[in-house]
Ligand binder design. Sequence first.
Ligand SMILES: [Zn+2]
Length: 305
Amino acid sequence: MKKFLSLCAGAALVFSAAACSGATSSGTSDSSAPACPAAAIPITVSVNQWGNIVSQLAGQCGTVSTVVTASSGDPHDYEPTTGDIAEFTNAKLVVINGVGYDEWATKAVSANNSGVEVVSAATVNDVQAGANPHLWYNPEYVTAMSKAITDQLKQLVPNASTYFDDQQSAFQTAMKPYFAEIAKIKAGASGKTYGATESVFDYMAQACGLKNLTPQGYQNSITNESEPAPGDIAAFNKDLSSKQMNVLIFNTQTEGSVPNQLVATAKTAAVPVVNVTETMPEGSASFEQWQISQLEQLATALGLG
Ligand SMILES: [Zn+2]
């Protein structure tokens, strides 16, 4: 049961000694970016989905440490190491998802660095407790979060205000193909439906205009982090077998027999399966490249080319 609940544990298979040793630091994402007009500040980000965005926005003015990467195991119940906690202690800015997703980061900050500035995606977007925590899959939340991060950076390093505005503009430009792909799917996918092995992609599916046909009982179990009842799993398999939904969204960082069984049923019934991940995979060039590649898979699965 725990295996299924450990939604993101697939990546734990590659849990390496390096991943256990604490946060990974990345300097700037673009070495051709102009030099920072002030001293770079240390920034710690709980998870790499937000970490890449922060790196793009901070540019040469921030030294970004990201605690949870694709190889760190399950962000939902990640246990920070002593080294991770030290990263929070020394940061001038901490960026978290919030709404319970990275509670360990909130605790590390409040116990060790009460004076630090914290930008939380949940707070920025007024997301209430109990809501779907996968906020980086909501395009509006990502935009609002990026602006909140830029605002905070400008307050922390006022001499680099213009620099941060330029980084924000560059990020918006880089995000244009992402919004274009969402608009393309939304325009072409009217009336299309999906089922999902878990809720990671639900905000994006909604932004794309897709209707969620995952059986309600199954959805409720996932939301409450409990094992779906056999009847709910059977209902989901039946809907896939009879092609009630156009695509199945599969979080490949989910471990366990139930999601794998649903994928097998979808494949037998020739319902296209779209693979998505919780964290940004190794080898993705950027947040937007990762997201665009998944959206392109979705467009193909929906017959939108
Ligand atoms: Zn998740």
